[in-house]
Design a protein around this ligand. Structure first.
Ligand SMILES: Cc1cc2nc3c(=O)[nH]c(=O)nc-3n(C[C@H](O)[C@H](O)[C@H](O)COP(=O)(O)OP(=O)(O)OC[C@H]3O[C@@H](n4cnc5c(N)ncnc54)[C@H](O)[C@@H]3O)c2cc1C
Length: 366
């Protein structure tokens, strides 16, 4: 039985898995093609406080802002969701990567940087180790082991501006299936004086660079940015569906994080589910190496805990992606009129939409 583990990819998911496995004294090596981890930063860092606690990452020194809620814009209407307590932190993603790297190394994992793992190298590593694919949305490991495609993804483009904000406690989301098909556009106060704007769009339908130019030309965005200078920008990709297969117990291969498509289809957030998957996969590997237990336990654990919420995120994304922004605007008006904005503010959970649905049932609202 293989008692070594090779993790391909040192993003958050790979590093959290490395930390967990090495803490259990398992011989773990993490490989990444980058010579410096965490750059360039192409993703945002809005992460629920509950999710951060679950991840076990000592994230505090990476926090740049705290959020209480979100404003949802569609068809000229706004729904303001604002909790009484902070619900999420905005993290500096490079700093988060540094913390995760330190934690994995400190636990005893070896990190080999500047090494792009090819198909032949995967085969070589696979001879004497369990393989964990943590190599992001376009996963070589998933392709090599035929673990199914990602059925839906969006292309993103984001930019940062130095803007002083009076109220940096909310993120603004703009839904418009023509301008931003597949996901939405956002404005996020990364810090009190740092505004991030971004878009996520279906590939093929709209070019992400064109979409962000259109977003920058919108009145609300122009007013926020004024004459501020853009200080960083770049494109990336977010998988919005989980792959059919995330573990192959016979061949001893597991996928975690974006490589597995463990992302919330509603928002594209992947740190919480990816970290949870990394922890569960590591525990399944440990139990397999130490007690001969089935590696398939990883998928069962993950789907038991998050399966219904992943399906809900997917359904919500399908609904808003199919509706005209006018229609979403009308729904927002009705919801505001019924006081459902306050209900969502009180009981909504950015990771687990099922909690809100349960509350709706309890109140007899559905
Ligand atoms: C614009 C944008 C905004 C986002 N905003 C948020 C947010 O606010 N909150 C949130 O929770 N999530 C957000 N996400 C999603 C989040 O960033 C991802 O879910 C998360 O980073 C995935 O982590 P990962 O470790 O699975 O993969 P990655 O971070 O993609 O890491 C994969 C690693 O594998 C390496 N690699 C790939 N192929 C190879 C190879 N062949 N050999 C060696 N190394 C390889 C790469 O260099 C990389 O370091 C956002 C994403 C984007 C694009």
């Amino acid at each position: 039985m293989h008692s070594k583990v090779s993790i391909i990819g040192a993003g958050t998911a790979g590093l959290v898995a490395g930390r967990e496995l090495a803490s259990d004294s398992i011989d773990t090596t993490i490989y990444d093609q980058k010579t410096v981890l965490g750059i360039p930063v192409r993703a945002s860092g809005i992460i629920s406080i509950n999710g951060l606690r679950m991840s076990g990452i000592a994230y505090e020194s990476a926090v740049t802002n705290t959020l209480r809620g979100a404003r949802i814009h569609a068809g000229g209407r706004i729904m303001d969701i604002s909790a009484s307590e902070p619900v999420a932190k905005v993290l500096d993603r490079k700093r988060l990567s540094d913390i995760c790297e330190y934690e994995a190394e400190h636990a005893g994992a070896k990190i080999i940087k500047g090494r792009r793992i090819t198909a032949q190298m995967i085969d070589r590593l696979h001879k004497d180790s369990v393989i964990v694919g943590a190599d992001g949305a376009v996963s070589n490991v998933a392709t090599h082991f035929g673990m199914g495609p990602v059925e839906k993804y969006v292309l993103t483009y984001k930019a940062e501006f130095n803007v002083d904000m009076d109220d940096p406690g909310s993120v603004d989301l703009f839904f418009d299936k023509r301008a931003f098909p597949g996901l939405f556009a956002w404005m996020c106060p990364n810090a009190k004086d740092l505004l991030e704007i971004g878009v996520g769009v279906n590939p093929g339908r709209v070019n992400s660079k064109k979409a962000i130019e259109r977003f920058l030309a919108m009145k609300e965005v122009k007013e926020m940015i004024g004459s501020a200078k853009m200080i960083d920008n770049g494109a990336s990709v977010i998988p919005l569906r989980m792959r059919k297969k995330i573990v192959d117990p016979e061949r001893r291969v597991l996928l975690i994080g974006d490589a597995a498509g463990q992302v919330k289809s509603t928002t594209g957030g992947g740190i919480v589910y990816g970290s949870a998957a990394a922890i569960m996969a590591s525990h399944a590997i440990r139990d397999n190496i130490m007690h001969g237990k089935d590696l398939g336990e990883y998928e069962r654990m993950f789907m038991n805990k998050y399966g219904s919420d992943l399906r809900l995120h997917r359904s919500i994304n399908r609904v808003y992606s199919s509706l005209e922004s006018r229609t979403i605007g009308r729904i927002i008006s009705v919801m505001n009129f019924l006081g459902m904005d306050s209900f969502v503010s009180k009981y909504g959970d950015m990771d687990l939409p099922s909690l809100l649905i349960k509350r709706f049932f309890l109140r007899g609202l559905i």
